[in-house]
Design a protein around this ligand. Sequence first.
Ligand SMILES: CC(C)(COP(=O)(O)OP(=O)(O)OC[C@H]1O[C@@H](n2cnc3c(N)ncnc32)[C@H](O)[C@@H]1OP(=O)(O)O)[C@@H](O)C(=O)NCCC(=O)NCCS
Length: 363
Amino acid sequence: MSQPRAPFNSEMDKVIDFLNHSLRSSEGWSITAEYPLAFDPSNLHNIRIIEENGQIISHAVLKNLLIKTPIAIFRVAAIGNVVTAPEFRNKGYSQKVIKDCLQIATEQGADIAILWTNIYDFYRKFGFELAGSETALIFNQPFDTEVKGLKYLQSNKVDPQSILRLYSQHAVGSIRNAADISRYLQIPKVQLYTAWDQNNQLQAYAVEGRGADLTNYIHEWGGSVSKLLALVSEIQKQKNDSITIITPSHSANLIRKAKEKGALVNEGYLGMIKLLNTKNLFFKIRRYARFLGQEDFILEHNEHDYIVGHSGHIFRTTSEKDITQLIFGPHKATQLQSFDIETTQILEKIFPIPMWLWGWDSV
Ligand SMILES: CC(C)(COP(=O)(O)OP(=O)(O)OC[C@H]1O[C@@H](n2cnc3c(N)ncnc32)[C@H](O)[C@@H]1OP(=O)(O)O)[C@@H](O)C(=O)NCCC(=O)NCCS
């Protein structure tokens, strides 16, 4: 069987044709338009293909992200566009491609890998588990807002620097520059809605849709809670349709205010996560625990098991699933085992760590 490898520059047209044919046969755009950074020539070394007799038969792409959080900057490898040609399925090609992606992500120093899928059992074989949290705020009805004097615009022709200014205020998110945002704004079906004050300063933005996905979902947003909700109320009026804001579960103020305005709330997972470099990842979390004053906090991984707790009160598990869902949620420490009160308090102060990827970063 051919081995996975990065494509040559000269093969990229063939790779893109394969992906468009396999995954975007009814859309009027190329997959490269939908994932401009993942398929940028600078990311060619993170594409994996299997080729046989000159034909591309299996593919996946990896996009490295640096995720800023209050705890640390995490290196996250997002994996996507996993596909095998129908006539070559169930021969182990995708498994090879994914294993290779995980190996290069590990070698490149990623703390974790993440992907979005509905075939959970397929990815569980590699150690991925549903983890992290996502809250969907669903507005089925028009609602009132408290902010007056904003002007609203629906156009993608907005200076990416002003979006970046508001985006950078998020506590958690990938590190981006204006050029990245400019390219994301050109993704098919992306609709940017903005709210401006009387001095023409951007006060809030909301991005709905993204290529084949996320129609009627606001998956990127920024600005204060009240101004964002004023903007969403305006979008809802314009569309006269149900609209959903996807938010990290740590956006407590937004969630609370949206509920007050009548939003329905749906809790979900951030994605499927796999721990890669546990040494680096656990070091970052232990350092954060020390910052919180938990000098004796323990989080370790050896060849036998994972160990978590504090001096004298440790929990050992061989389950990668348990530890992934403890670190990123949604499980609480007490769902793993009945710890004493002190240990529970320590673990719940540290976990779950806030992890979030905004919609444009998925692959
Ligand atoms: C899912 C997909 C990538 C698998 O590719 P593949 O090369 O056939 O996969 P492999 O041969 O390496 O592995 C096959 C295994 O995956 C399992 N599998 C395949 N499709 C699956 C599905 N929809 N749900 C759960 N498991 C699935 C098979 O049962 C088989 O399991 P086994 O090894 O225990 O027998 C392929 O079916 C495909 O391209 N599907 C369409 C695109 C897609 O859905 N991509 C995934 C998006 S995240």
